[in-house]
Design a protein around this ligand. Structure first.
Ligand SMILES: NC(=O)c1ccc[n+]([C@@H]2O[C@H](COP(=O)([O-])OP(=O)(O)OC[C@H]3O[C@@H](n4cnc5c(N)ncnc54)[C@H](O)[C@@H]3O)[C@@H](O)[C@H]2O)c1
Ligand SMILES: CC(=O)N[C@H]1[C@@H](OP(=O)(O)OP(=O)(O)OC[C@H]2O[C@@H](n3ccc(=O)[nH]c3=O)[C@H](O)[C@@H]2O)O[C@H](CO)[C@@H](O)[C@@H]1O
Length: 399
């Protein structure tokens, strides 16, 4: 019988798809969240953000009476399993906000009952799981503590939760066994690690990806500086060549996870992570580097510039830590006017894509939304992603 489960942070990007997936597998799920607006939306059957396939799955779970959302923390004590998916941000110095996490765990501790399974699903600073285990051992209650990191890519959670192997770790054999039983509801493919290694596994995966993007972005800038077309070189060297698997295209590497997790790893290693820190400089510097490049051949001061896509990646409605906003800041300092557009991000100051096509003197691609593929531009388009169809007039690269 699937366990009665409370997901803390349950209306977020991780908690909500996970809660839906557990409900689809037959568990009775309560989503606890401090965000009353999101709780109301979920109970009304509306997804608060884009997740492919989630609207129908949410409706099914609600109709079956297996899912409900609440702001009332009393639901914690009624559960057999409590899964934590709250945000674990870094501060302005890129250090983890440990005290915010501790406070949330302290609030929770007072509501937990002996015998429950507590699963940390948020991405945590290495050592947090063992710290939590020690705290429960010293001052109770006697709960089993597990850490099972979330690895979905936002937008595709309800596919990937069933396809990705689950990494499982815990403070005792019972915690591991119970966590495995829980995630077997989604997949038989389970990988066990000690807690510290499971925490590092999550950070290593995101860091590896972030550094890879930086490699491509640095090579893009080198190519551009020397008048070469990175996308053409990339296509040529990856064509039927077996040893460059995973060589990504260039692009904005933003979002709430990759940079944050790379910096958590740096913080954990006493801020000694030259490769990760270099990757941050390349990836975060890309918007300004693009603008500098355009300025070599064009006086932007009288121009209306436009950014096509403000979300942190294509076909996504999440603007968190999107590099399009960094680009907007740089362009605001350089240009007469900056137009921003995004079909998924609601902002009254944004204009339509048609207005961008009509009014902009120069256009920057910020996020690769499928909607943009059909647009035709007469003005120069700076498309670091090599996303838009190539144009015979080749105004794609430069002004
Ligand atoms: N977004 C992703 O794709 C993704 C993927 C893997 C891992 N992660 C990790 O998962 C964690 C959550 O990320 P997210 O993107 O879902 O964040 P989010 O901001 O979308 O969701 C967090 C939710 O927790 C709620 N919340 C915060 N404090 C709370 C508390 N004390 N009690 C109850 N609810 C509370 C918030 O209101 C919010 O709805 C982070 O550690 C993140 O690094 C995220
Ligand atoms: C595939 C991957 O490892 N994604 C991780 C990432 O997902 P996340 O949801 O952040 O999404 P992606 O990894 O797809 O994209 C992150 C950023 O990288 C950029 N980008 C993406 C692909 C590309 O080839 N080039 C490029 O520059 C995107 O535009 C975006 O700005 O953080 C999550 C939160 O911890 C992890 O659970 C996911 O496992």
């Amino acid at each position: 019988m699937p366990p009665r489960t409370t997901v803390v942070g349950g209306c977020g990007h991780v908690g909500l798809p996970l809660g839906i997936a557990f409900a689809e597998a037959g568990a009775a799920v309560t989503l606890l969240d401090t965000h009353a607006g999101r709780v109301g939306e979920v109970n009304a059957g509306r997804m608060p953000f884009l997740e492919w396939g989630a609207d129908a799955a949410l409706a099914r779970a609600l109709d079956a009476g297996r899912l409900t959302a609440t702001t009332d923390a009393d639901c914690v004590s009624a559960a057999e399993v409590v899964v934590v998916t709250i945000g674990t941000p870094v501060d302005e110095f890129l250090d983890p906000k440990v005290r915010t996490f501790d406070r949330a765990m302290d609030d929770l501790r007072h509501r937990l009952r002996p015998g429950q399974l507590l699963v940390l699903r948020s991405t945590v600073y290495p050592g947090m799981t063992e710290r939590l285990i020690a705290r429960f051992r010293d001052s109770g209650p006697a709960v089993d503590v597990a850490f099972c990191p979330e690895r979905i890519a936002q937008g595709y959670a309800l596919k990937e939760l069933y396809e990705l192997p689950q990494i499982v770790s815990g403070g005792s054999p019972a915690a591991v066994r119970r966590a495995k039983d829980l995630f077997r509801l989604l997949t038989p493919d389970l990988v066990e690690l000690p807690p510290r290694e499971a925490e590092l596994a999550k950070l290593f995966a995101n860091t590896y990806r972030y550094v890879n993007f930086a490699v491509s972005n640095q090579l893009y800038l080198i190519a551009q500086r020397h008048g070469a077309d990175f996308a053409r070189i990339h296509a040529a060297v990856t064509h039927k060549y077996p040893r460059l698997g995973g060589f990504p295209k260039a692009g904005f590497a933003g979002g709430p996870c990759l940079l944050k997790d790379t910096m958590q790893l740096a913080g954990f290693n006493h801020n000694s992570f030259p490769l990760g820190q270099a990757a941050m400089m390349v990836n975060e510097g890309l918007p300004a580097a693009l603008v500098d490049f355009v300025k070599q051949t064009r006086d932007l001061s009288r121009d209306t510039a436009a950014i096509l896509g403000m979300a942190f990646k294509g076909n996504c409605d999440d603007p968190r830590d999107s590099l399009s906003y960094k680009l907007r800041k740089v362009l605001t300092l350089e240009c007469r006017e900056v137009l921003c557009t995004d079909p998924y991000v609601a902002d009254p100051s944004f204009v339509t894509a048609d207005e961008v096509v009509r009014r902009a003197d120069v256009v920057f691609v910020g996020a690769c939304h499928a909607e943009y593929k059909h647009l035709r531009f007469r003005q120069p388009v700076i498309d670091v992603f090599d996303f838009l169809p190539a144009r015979p007039d080749a105004a794609r690269q430069a002004a």
